[in-house]
Structure formats: structure tokens, C-alpha cells
Design a protein around this ligand. Structure first.
Ligand code: FES
Ligand code: FE2
Length: 374
């Protein structure tokens, strides 16, 4: 029997859609939350109510009253206390601590300050409200206050004080895993992202990219962008072809940092794919740049280009979700799907380190060069 090269066997893999706790996630754009208002949000199947106090500070509580589970988003917020619509209990918005139970008489000594609505660490960064989702408590355990996050919420990288910033957001009816591997997949470009001003399908050619491990992720090492792409042609107006570099990092649980530098000009983005529920995710792109500052419509132009892209991806995943309904067998093949495989391996390594308390074991041992046609 002829020997079969293992790399020739397509690997079957079904995205498992396990959601990773213990990380910061983007909940929603900050401008959607006005002072003294309550807005619903869902992250990792967890219902949240998000608001902003009179000082402008954002907060996030579990959207369920600890008394009888009424969504707190059905209640009221005066900018200082969240009031439940069922029996009027009042809570501090940041700590979740109960501050008033209207039904108690003056001689009843219930210690209300020991009652908490579930609260989550919350930060506002680059125009988004981020919420930290800790590991869920063991069944039966009574959570009082959640553990503090290990560090601040992620930020878009920026390289000079004067810059512009913009965001885009789109929901997709697929699991976070399909959202993420769709984002890092190099082979769909020529088919999904065709446009006369961008690239055409016949421009497909062989590419070779160097990757290296970084903490909790991997990096597509700094390289000159593909000569058939529009940003490259545009950047040529600003700088020498050789000085243009782009670097792309993926970091668990869902962060994709892209940095393009051309002399003193730069463009940087942080894209996240956030699990809302098991079968829904949302892509959020925040981009920051000091290019086109002289161009009056620079920001709009960029937003237009990006929104076309995101819409093409969203539409693709909407169609894909039809195919996924019947649970087909899936494959990860060769180099074009290697980043997707690393993603699943990183996730498994993270879950394993959480389970047994051992050190995180990175699935990559060193730099790797991948080849594909796109
Ligand atoms: S359910 Fe909220 S106060 Fe009773
Ligand atoms: Fe895409």
C-alpha cells in the first residue's frame, strides 16, 4: 500500500464554539449608552445591563435582579442607583450592592448591604465599553463580588498623538469560532472580497508569509503588503515601497491587531469577534490612523471601504450559517487553514491550563513559513 503523506489528509474539524471566560470583551459602542440610561447587551450567553452614571462612568450588571430575577433593564436609573421595576430594590451601579429594600420596616434588621446584583468590571477604551467576564462560579456557590481582571482592557495601538479613530460593527449568525477563523482565513479574499477598486479574482497568486508565536497567539511577521492590494497602491503615495510594512497579530480570545507603517504614517486596527451566544457573534473593527489627515473625506472614505469588507464577510457568514444548520463535516487543510488550526490549538491549550492550573503550553514551537494562493 502506498504511503500517505499525513499532510495530504484534510483534517476534519468541527468548531466547538466553547466560549473563553477570564477575558475582556467589547460589549457595545460607548456612544450608544447615554447618561442615566439602561441598555441591554449579551456576552457569552450572559445577559447584561449597561449604563453610565452622572459622572459619565460606565458600568455593567447582570441583567437579573437578585430578588426574583426581574431584568434590571426593565427598571429605572437616575444616574446614581439602579431601581428594580418589580419591588423597587435599589442597587449601586458599580458594585451592585443593594442599598434599599422598600418593603422592610424600621425594626426589620435584614443586612441589605450583603446583597449584590451581579456586577462585572467595566472599562471604556477607544470608544467601546469593555466588560470582563470572569470564570463562572461553581454551581451552588454564592458570588458576592467578582475577581478583579488581571489587566486593563485591550487598546488599539497608536503611534502619534494626532490621529483619527472610527469603528464598525456587524452581527453574524455563526459561532465565535466560525467568525474568528473566517477573519484569519487568507483563501476567501479573492472570492468574497472582489471589487474593481480592490482586486479581482484573476489577480490570485502564490504567497508566502512568515509566522511566529507570541504570548497567547501568533504573528504574521512584518512584511511588505501584497502588491495587488489597494492599500498598498495608496500607501505608495506616502512612502517608499520598501518602507511599507504590515504586521498582523492574533491573540486569545478574539483579538486581531493589524499595523501598517509607512515612514511617519501609520494605520492601526483592533478587530474583535465577540461571542454573544453559542450561535451568534459580532465583529467590531476599531481603526486608528494618521494618514489622510489632509483629506477632508478621509475618514468617510476609509469607513466606506471597511464597511464594504465587513458587509461581504457578514453576508458570507449568513449564507454559511444555512449550510451549518445540518451539522456537516468540516475540514481544515494545509497551510491556508493553518492559522485556524493554531487558533483551535491555542484555545485548547488555554482551557487545559485553566483546568489543571498548569502553565500555558503554546502549540507553536518556533517560526513557521506558510504558503498559499490568494
Ligand atoms: S425582583 Fe427585583 S425587587 Fe423583586
Ligand atoms: Fe473577509
Amino acid at each position: 500500500m502506498a504511503e500517505v503523506n499525513k499532510s495530504e489528509i484534510p483534517e476534519q474539524q468541527t468548531p466547538d464554539a466553547l466560549m473563553l471566560y477570564g477575558f475582556w470583551y467589547r460589549a457595545l459602542p460607548g456612544e450608544r449608552v447615554e447618561t442615566a440610561n439602561l441598555v441591554k447587551a449579551t456576552l457569552l450567553e450572559t445577559p447584561l445591563v449597561i449604563g453610565r452614571d452622572l459622572q459619565g462612568r460606565a458600568f455593567a450588571l447582570r441583567d437579573a435582579c437578585p430578588h426574583r430575577g426581574m431584568p434590571l433593564s426593565c427598571g429605572w436609573f437616575d444616574g446614581q442607583q439602579v431601581e428594580c421595576s418589580y419591588h423597587g430594590w435599589k442597587f449601586d451601579p458599580h458594585s451592585g450592592q443593594c442599598q434599599l429594600i422598600p418593603s422592610l420596616t424600621s425594626d426589620q434588621k435584614l443586612k441589605i448591604d450583603r446583597i449584590y446584583a451581579g456586577n462585572f468590571p467595566c472599562e471604556e477604551q477607544d470608544g467601546y465599553i469593555w466588560v470582563y467576564l470572569p470564570e463562572p462560579a461553581l454551581p451552588g456557590a454564592v458570588t458576592v463580588r467578582s475577581a478583579p481582571p488581571p489587566g486593563p482592557a485591550p487598546r488599539v495601538l497608536n503611534f502619534s498623538d494626532r490621529h483619527k479613530i472610527a469603528y464598525l460593527t456587524a452581527e453574524m449568525p455563526v459561532s465565535v469560532d466560525h467568525g474568528i477563523i473566517g477573519l484569519m482565513d487568507p483563501a476567501h479574499g479573492p472570492f468574497v472580497h472582489q471589487a474593481w477598486w480592490w482586486r479581482r479574482r484573476h489577480s490570485i497568486h502564490e504567497k508566502q508569509k512568515a509566522f511566529e508565536p507570541i504570548p497567547y497567539g501568533f504573528r504574521m511577521s512584518a512584511h511588505t503588503p501584497s502588491s495587488n492590494s489597494a492599500p498598498y497602491k495608496l500607501l505608495r503615495l506616502y512612502a517608499d515601497a520598501d518602507s511599507i510594512t504590515t504586521t498582523i497579530d492574533f491573540v486569545l480570545p478574539n483579538l486581531r491587531y493589524e499595523t501598517i507603517r509607512a515612514g511617519k504614517y501609520w494605520f492601526s486596527s483592533l478587530t474583535t469577534v465577540t461571542p454573544l451566544t453559542r450561535n451568534h457573534c459580532r465583529i467590531d473593527v476599531v481603526a486608528c490612523w494618521n494618514l489622510f489627515r489632509w483629506l477632508p473625506f478621509g475618514a468617510d472614505l476609509l469607513k466606506y471601504v471597511f464597511s464594504k469588507f465587513v458587509e461581504q464577510d457578514r453576508r458570507t457568514m449568513e449564507m454559511q450559517s444555512e449550510g451549518l444548520k445540518h451539522n456537516p463535516h468540516l475540514m481544515l487543510i494545509d497551510d491556508a487553514d493553518r492559522p485556524a488550526r493554531w487558533y483551535f490549538q491555542l484555545k485548547a491549550a488555554y482551557l487545559e491550563s485553566r483546568r489543571n492550573g498548569a502553565e500555558f503550553r503554546h502549540p507553536m514551537t518556533g517560526p513557521v513559513t506558510l504558503k498559499w494562493r490568494s
